[in-house]
Design a protein around this ligand. Structure first.
Ligand SMILES: *Cc1c(COP(=O)(O)O)cnc(C)c1O
Length: 449
């Protein structure tokens, strides 16, 4: 006689899914999650039991846990105590209160593409043009999905089938596989490299210009710097060469500094010299993810009429948040924009906050110490412009503490420095202090246990 393995015997004793789902124990689950999902969860759980995991006594609870896990929100709030202001993994710029309020307006019906005065069709992409040109100068503005899209659109609409000159020192890869040579190929423009990795002069561009040249592209090297024996052409020099030889000057600014900040080029300066300037909405501007384009009227119009513009168009929620952020900047309320507040916080501001946390945590039995350190702007801005800060170092095993904080609710992202788990108050939002202290106390107690 053939031996039947044990596993099969157990399997045979399991009831059918169709029978189980009708049992009283599952009625409430079916009501909450729907019959189909419950059947699927029971089936998966039984398969697990067959494989030796779990048994009948805990089956209903296991099915419920499975159902809940399946619909638990994956996107969760995080307290950023890492000290990196524009942390791409944490969603870059946190929005201002005014931007949040604007999201609620755009969430319903709005005049997104309707001129309420004339009743005629309006253009969403130009809804914030006036604010942008008022803030940064330039003749016209356009907003698209993100800066990568803005650069791709500029190259496609303005340079397809022609040549674009780029310095060999600027053929960079920005995080997330945005590689300049690849973007260029995608646009259908032909890239012509000029100069060398460390030195490119205005004359290098000049000599490479031919009747086939559509544009000179300048790319901000973001989180990468060539130092030492270097040379690059200034914007006024490039503008002069481009104008004289009938080429466009396109600037991929990356971060787009609103005001002078370290060696970061400002948007205004770039707009004054270039035909097209593109930068991100969620980097130094402190708004939502967006690609902001500023430049000469005719050039921007050409971009906005290209079919690709429709494929990379900006979403209504983004526009609403961007408009609110720009209005705050234009009316002198920049300090209400979280990114701006974090950039401007003095080391004394941060020290005061860390000292306050330290006292509060001592009351709760958590030992800490203040240490000097640096915060980072992040997002590819100012890699060599660290901001002095004061860190709150937690006593205890650094990596275990950081993990416990990250797994907490809300999650706290700390930073390990010199073998210690540190919290940088510069990037913790206003009003998050009490929640943070609760989270730290909870994390510390899991370590003690
Ligand atoms: C960040 C960055 C980009 C990409 O911008 P996104 O808004 O993330 O698409 C492109 N170019 C430069 C120079 C950048 O710094």
């Amino acid at each position: 006689m053939r031996r039947v393995p044990n596993r099969d015997l157990r399997a045979d004793s399991l009831p059918g899914v169709g029978t189980l789902v009708n049992e009283p124990a599952y009625v409430a689950l079916v009501k909450e999650h729907g019959r189909e999902r419950v059947v699927e969860a029971i089936r998966a759980q039984i398969a697990r039991e067959r494989a030796g995991g779990g048994d009948e006594s805990s089956r209903r609870d296991a099915v419920e846990a499975r159902l809940r896990a399946g619909v638990a929100p994956r996107l969760r709030r995080v307290i950023n105590a890492s000290g990196v202001i524009l942390h791409t993994n944490l969603g870059r710029a946190p929005l201002s209160k005014a931007a949040l309020d604007a999201l609620a307006v755009a969430a319903g019906y709005s005049n997104l593409e309707l001129d309420l005065e004339t009743g005629k069709r309006g253009e969403r992409a130009t809804l914030v043009s006036g604010l942008l040109t008022a803030l940064f100068g330039g003749e016209a503005a356009l907003v698209v999905n993100n800066n990568a899209a803005a650069v791709l659109l500029a190259l496609t609409a303005l340079c397809r089938g022609r040549e674009v000159l780029v310095s060999r020192g600027q053929l960079v890869e920005i995080g997330g596989a945005f590689r300049m040579p690849d973007v260029m190929r995608l646009s259908g423009a032909r890239m012509v490299e000029v100069g060398t990795t460390n030195r490119t002069r205005a004359s290098d561009y000049e000599e490479a210009i031919t009747p086939r040249t559509a544009a000179i592209l300048r790319v901000h090297t973001s989180n990468f710097r060539v130092t030492g024996f270097t040379e690059s052409a200034s914007l006024p020099q490039l503008a002069e060469v481009a104008r004289r030889r009938g080429a466009l000057l396109i600037d991929d600014l990356g971060s787009g500094a609103v005001a002078a900040l370290g060696d970061e080029p400002t948007v205004g300066e770039s707009v004054a010299h270039c035909d097209v300037v593109a930068f991100s909405g969620d980097k130094l501007l402190g708004g939502p993810q967006a690609g902001i384009v500023l430049g000469k009227e005719e050039v921007v119009r050409k971009m906005s009429r290209h079919p690709l513009a429709r494929a990379v168009r900006v979403d209504k929620l983004t526009l609403a948040a961007l408009e609110a952020t720009l209005r705050q900047r234009l009316t002198g309320h920049e300090e209400e924009i979280p990114v701006e507040r974090m950039l401007r916080a003095s080391v004394e501001d941060v020290r005061r906050r860390a000292a306050f946390w330290s006292v509060k945590l001592a009351d709760r039995g958590v030992e800490t110490e203040l240490v000097d350190g640096t915060s980072a702007v992040g997002g590819g801005s100012l890699p060599e412009h660290p901001l002095p800060t004061v860190l709150l170092a937690l006593r205890g095993p650094a990596s275990k503490l950081a993990t416990a904080l990250r797994r907490g609710d809300p999650a706290v992202i700390a930073r390990i420095e010199g073998d210690r788990c540190c919290l940088d108050g510069r990037t913790v939002l206003k009003g998050e202090d009490e929640t943070l202290l609760d989270a730290v106390e909870a994390a510390a107690s899991t370590i003690k246990r």
